[in-house]
Design a protein around this ligand. Structure first.
Ligand code: PGA
Ligand code: ZN
Length: 416
């Protein structure tokens, strides 16, 4: 029994200084909780609609006061006094209330903020930590995810100085979150020192807190990562391996991949990724092809699926229909899950289950625009994500999630 008494929402700022929403849900039992929603920069075309005001007089049109109003008025009026026994009951009510396929009427940001705030309030009402409540919703056994930690950025997350969007590190041999974060911190420091020495400047960080030096080419980014891993005293591949978010949709134009001064065909792009894989210890490739280049994705799978995770972000948009297609066509073997791409926890849980049933791995991911809210750490743990992708080990909106994982490791008896 979880009767909603009141919903309120507030326009707050995210890590890029752009507006987003924080919603508070009060239940009749007195349980009350808030949740904030993230926002992406390199968004997929099939994502649910993030409602923005388009009022150029405020925040360059990016205000979310209409979404705030939708929570405080339309959604509050519709749910007030109603009893939602389970998360799925509320989420399907919200989907019907909105009534459009991509959540454009009320806004996926408004809807997700309600879905999350209710989830937290219900966990509080039941006296369960959020991760355990989420595990029940997802029908999964909680487990800490392995962090995939941002080291370098390019593309839409930095100045576009190199086409690849993000290069991350993982620590396959680390037995704990604490050890993983220590390795990441060592490698980050070594990379920052090398950048300072090579470029003679205090390096600015990208949207997810990674370093964004002026690399001459994509290959250079990998070479620098290898050098930093070695300089920090780790064995590349063994102690610290690489994962890459190519985010190829964002440099695909007129049927060509525009990378490193060249315009590659789909087969050539797959060939380039294969070269990177042959030269460097890469264990996961995200969005190696454009979101609608299904043939390229099948080729990527054919050539690389045995050695790396073929991870779909823009391709799948956490959308059950797109995931189903990718499973049937053999276009990917791992799901990047971002709850705000689909708009409710229940639909994201369905996406997670679809992928798990197909034997896929799952990476639970933050967005480039994040807040200090840490619910993603509980989600990745409760839904037994193989990995969590939150960004770099700098910037508090990233650390809120890593530090919550450290807490869960220490006090909840959970392990990787
Ligand atoms: P976004 O990027 O949050 O800017 O969309 C993250 C990613 O592409 O994984
Ligand atoms: Zn991505």
């Amino acid at each position: 029994m979880s009767v909603i008494e009141r919903l309120t929402a507030l326009e707050i700022l995210d890590s890029r200084g752009r507006p987003t929403l924080m919603t508070t849900c009060r239940l009749a039992s007195g349980a009350v909780a808030s949740a904030s929603v993230p926002s992406g920069a390199s968004t997929g075309a099939a994502e649910a609609l993030e409602l923005r005001d388009n009022d150029s007089g405020r925040h360059a049109g990016l205000g979310v006061l209409r979404a705030v109003e939708n929570v405080c008025e339309a959604i509050d009026a519709a749910v007030k006094g109603k009893d939602f026994a389970e998360q799925a009951d509320l989420d399907s009510f919200l989907i019907d209330l909105n009534g459009t396929a991509n959540k454009s009427r009320l806004g996926a940001n408004a809807i997700l903020s309600v879905s999350l705030a209710f989830c937290r309030a219900q966990a509080a009402e039941r006296g369960a930590p959020l991760y355990r409540h989420l595990a029940e919703i997802g029908g999964l056994t909680p487990r800490l995810p392995q962090p995939m930690i941002n080291l370098f950025s390019g593309g839409k997350h930095a100045g576009g100085q190199v086409a690849i969007q993000d290069l991350q590190i993982v620590a396959p041999k680390a037995k704990t979150i604490r050890e993983t974060l220590q390795a990441a911190s060592d490698v980050y420091r070594a990379a920052a020192d090398r950048m300072r020495a090579n470029h003679g400047l205090r390096l600015l960080t990208a949207d997810e807190g990674g370093l964004a030096p002026p690399f001459a080419s994509s290959r250079d980014m990998f070479i620098e990562a290898m050098a930093a891993i070695e300089a920090a005293g780790y064995e590349p591949g063994d102690d610290v391996a690489l994962t890459v978010d190519v985010a190829a949709s964002h440099f695909y134009r007129d049927g060509r991949y525009h990378i490193d001064g060249e315009a590659l065909s789909s087969a050539e792009m797959v060939g380039l990724i294969k070269q990177w894989r042959d030269e460097f210890p890469i264990v996961s490739v995200e969005d190696g092809c454009d979101q609608d280049d299904w043939r390229g994705w099948r080729e990527l799978m054919r050539r690389l699926k045995h050695s790396v995770m073929i991870l779909g972000d823009d391709l799948l948009c956490t959308h059950p229909r797109r995931i189903q297609r990718a499973i049937s066509e053999g276009a990917a073997n791992s799901l990047l899950l971002k709850v705000n791409q689909i708009g409710t926890l229940t639909e994201a849980a369905r996406a997670r289950k679809l992928a798990a049933d197909a034997g896929w791995q799952a990476v639970i991911s933050a967005r480039s625009g994040e807040t200090e809210d840490n619910w993603l750490a509980d989600l990745a743990t409760g839904w037994a994500g193989d990995y969590i992708k939150v960004g770099s080990i700098t910037q508090s909106e990233r650390l809120a999630k890593y530090n919550r994982l450290l807490y869960l490791e220490q006090y909840e008896g959970l392990s990787l």
